[in-house]
Design a protein around this ligand. Structure first.
Ligand code: SAM
Length: 267
């Protein structure tokens, strides 16, 4: 696929290059923040699953290497591993984080149940890290797939946060089951220990299952469209702006991926 057709296909991809963002995902965060204002006044932010880094502010973690960002500590690792979680927590010793964001996505297989399950596990890993480092009142924003378990995941998050809503930014395609859970007002149970988190989340799951189909026993989680609804639509194709500019020049990505270490030749 040529550059021009790719630019034409995705308005947010093209806008990100024009405005110097590392990825089109930047607009998702900005459109969510337009509604929820979780970026107001934050100083210490952890960006889980951060590469290439359009969301990163203070501490960024990803499986993949990332080009450096001034003022940001970068860790390379798997957020589902206890060792990575411990490295993040060490960084915050004594000072709580104001915000944890997680845009983590597995390499999708096309098997929807499996993809949703792996995405759910990433979200739970992110919650575990967030619960260990957030200060009271802080916020957590994470990608969620609106599959079968989404309501359960939201109910579990209500054990830890005063307000839980799901936002769908305008820059996230309607054709995608992706959305973002926005949790504000971190208020863990007084005696919460990190090792008790799994049990707490499990209890919420049991209560949810016990509610069965009794809709009134389930919590209603608001689902909110975020971003200017009369603005750019991620599902539409737009013509290149040749008429106005007298010619469109495709731009390269604002940051190329860092070079991966080369493997030694096998003998
Ligand atoms: N928010 C980023 C941005 O705007 O630049 C884009 C994030 S991208 C959609 C999803 C990232 O999740 C990928 O870079 C991938 O390597 C990372 N990821 C997936 N599973 C992970 C895991 N278990 N631990 C850490 N990172 C993971």
């Amino acid at each position: 696929m040529g550059k021009a057709s790719k630019d034409k296909r995705d308005i947010y991809y093209r806008k990100a290059k024009e405005e110097g963002w590392r990825a089109r995902s930047a607009y998702k965060l900005l459109q969510l923040d337009d509604v929820y204002h979780f970026l107001d006044g934050v100083e210490r932010v952890v960006d889980l699953c951060a590469a290439p880094g359009s969301w990163s502010q203070i501490v960024a973690i990803d499986l993949q290497p990332m080009a450096p960002i001034a003022g940001v500590t970068q860790l390379q690792g798997d957020i589902t591993s206890a060792a990575t979680a411990a490295r993040v927590c060490e960084h915050f010793e004594g000072l709580g984080a104001d915000l944890v964001v997680c845009d983590g996505a597995p390499d999708v297989t096309g098997l929807h149940d499996l993809d949703e399950y792996v995405q759910g596990q990433l979200l739970l890993a992110a919650v575990s890290i967030a619960a260990a480092i957030l200060r009271p009142g802080a916020a957590f924003v994470a990608k969620i797939f609106r599959g079968r378990d989404a309501a359960l995941l939201c109910a579990q998050l209500r054990c830890l946060f005063g307000r839980v809503e799901v936002g769908k930014p305008r820059s996230s395609r309607n054709s995608s089951i992706e959305a973002f859970v926005v949790c504000q007002g971190f208020a863990p149970p007084a005696d919460l220990r990190p090792d008790a988190l799994q049990r707490l989340l499990g209890d919420a799951g049991d209560a949810f299952a016990a509610a069965g189909d009794s809709v009134h026993l389930r919590q209603v989680i608001p689902f909110v469209a975020c971003g200017d609804l009369s603005g750019w639509d991620a599902d539409r194709s737009y013509d290149l702006p040749e008429a106005e500019t007298g010619g469109y020049v495709p731009r390269p990505p604002c940051r190329n991926p860092p070079r991966r270490p080369t493997r030694p030749p096998s003998s």
